[in-house]
Write a protein that binds this ligand. Structure first.
Ligand code: FE2
Ligand code: FE2
Length: 490
């Protein structure tokens, strides 16, 4: 009976997870689309034109060329679709990077297939793609780059091809998960060693040339120089990854963790100049992290985004209640609800300026306006109403946009629940806490703030549960431990 209940619960959970609304299409300009399409055509031509050079050219050969050409073109299209599916917020620059790397590999194969090992051609770009765009995109890229060889005369040894597929798949899968530059360095040492050993076992013994019909100019029995070259190219790739990050707006895990370092000058400033906001930020990080984990989102992204979401409050910390420390509220002295609303909006505008100045990646700076969405500044709107001012609600709403991703939506919900949970009575029951969380989330939902976020009903349900778990943790932390007799602790 218990098994049936558990199965039913699982099915119900899966059903909730499938209730995701249709995703927003990515906006890519026509010119970008045209350039991407032309590069795909170029890749297809480079990968297939040698089939046209066979003379005399008959219809069967022409048909074979057409088949190869279309195959590569369709594969490139599928690659772009896979990358869009894995990264809903992928930019045209990043798509351009993926296909340019494919073009570069196809040209390298054509020009130096006899001198450069396929391992050194395919594995380093796979590392860049997996780091910046994720493992699935990298695997799709690897499969196209490995299977389409422009020069049919260069047939790769089967064993080498197998090693190439295994090594590049390992790099693609691990590359998407690696969280530090040190691990990246380890990968660039262990993969070449692995490739060396496997080539030695599978190819070395028989002394089969790595590429049929051609000899490597790097020689040395080919295998050692091949792996050495791979190690060198991978190390150079790691050196250049930060340049790729800034040129193509890539956000690798290592970069995210670097940005999340609390010793970063901007975060240090926040902790010193706006300690209340800093505390608020830390609690939000906990709420958002728990919620993102439960729905399977990007935890590192949400944690880093949460850290910078209210950075704009640095422009005037004392205007925000959490930093007032019992002192006078400047809004009372100002006594102008419209001006006060402008100050609140300024924490978003100034935040974006801070983000630009500090070169924060777009995915992080998106948290700044999206955590406020187009929410109403209810308190000041009410004040204006009390004063009978001729008011338009428009002036009391943040300028948006509303959250465009699950992560920014979670941050908005965490931001809304944080103050309520912090203020809640320590003896409040779980039901009471859940009710408060649900009410806040429902009001955001009703206001249309979650419309573009792709959060399903099931996910919203899980987010509420996650917030409740964090509340239980907070409550536990606030319970005072009995002091020992002489006030010493061991
Ligand atoms: Fe804010
Ligand atoms: Fe906030």
């Amino acid at each position: 009976m218990q098994n049936i209940t558990t199965t039913l619960k699982k099915l119900f959970y899966l059903w909730r997870r499938t209730q995701v609304p249709v995703k927003q299409p990515i906006k890519i300009s026509r010119i970008d689309n045209l350039i991407i399409f032309l590069v795909c055509i170029l890749i297809s031509i480079i990968s297939s034109y040698q089939l046209l050079l066979i003379s005399p050219l008959n219809s069967a050969e022409f048909f074979s060329w057409l088949l190869t050409f279309s195959e590569i073109l369709i594969s490139s299209g599928v690659l772009i679709l896979v990358s869009k599916k894995e990264n809903p917020t992928i930019s045209s620059r990043q798509i351009f990077l993926i296909i340019t790397l494919l073009l570069a590999v196809q040209v390298t194969k054509l020009v130096s297939a006899s001198t450069i090992s396929p391992l050194s051609m395919i594995i380093p770009p796979a590392l860049i793609i997996s780091q910046g765009m994720g493992s699935i995109t990298a695997l799709a890229w690897v499969s196209i780059a490995s299977f389409s060889w422009p020069d049919p005369a260069v047939a790769i040894n089967n064993n080498l091809f197998f090693i190439l597929l295994v090594c590049s798949s390992v790099v693609s899968i691990l590359g998407g998960r690696i969280r530090s530059r040190a691990q990246l360095l380890q990968l660039s040492i262990f993969v070449p060693i692995g490739s060396f050993l496997s080539q030695w076992i599978l190819i070395g013994k028989d002394k089969i040339s790595l590429v049929n019909n051609q000899d490597f100019t790097l020689v040395n029995g080919n295998i050692f120089s091949d792996s050495l070259l791979l190690a060198i190219v991978m190390l150079f790739t790691i050196l250049f990854i930060p340049i790729f990050e800034s040129l193509f707006g890539l956000l690798t895990k290592a970069r995210l963790l670097e940005l999340a370092d609390k010793e970063k000058p901007l975060i240090r400033r926040l902790s010193l100049e706006a300690p209340g906001t800093f505390e608020h930020t830390l609690l939000i990080c906990g709420l958002a992290e728990e919620a993102t984990r439960i729905i399977g989102g990007d935890i590192d992204l949400v944690k880093t985004g949460a850290l910078y979401h209210d950075i704009g409050k640095l422009h005037a910390p004392k205007w925000f209640i959490e930093n007032q420390d019992g002192s006078k509220n400047p809004h009372d002295e100002l006594d102008d609800p419209i001006k006060s609303a402008e100050v609140l909006q300024a924490h978003v505008d100034e935040g974006l300026k801070f983000a630009r100045k500090n070169r924060l990646p777009k995915l992080i700076s998106n948290f700044i306006p999206e955590h406020q969405g187009t929410l109403k500044m209810g308190y000041f709107f009410q004040k204006a109403k009390e004063k009978n001012l001729d008011i338009n609600e428009y002036y009391f709403r943040y300028k948006g946009p509303i959250p465009q991703s699950k992560e920014t939506a979670i941050l908005m919900l965490a931001d809304g629940c944080e103050a309520a949970l912090r203020a809640m009575n320590i003896n409040a029951s779980d039901e009471k806490a859940l009710e408060t969380i649900s009410n806040i989330i429902y009001s955001r939902q009703k206001d249309g703030q979650l419309d573009d976020s792709n959060l399903s009903k099931g996910e919203i349900f899980l987010i509420k549960k996650a917030f409740l778990n964090v509340w239980k943790r907070i409550r536990h932390r606030r319970i005072q431990y009995p002091a020992s007799k002489n006030n010493t602790f061991s």
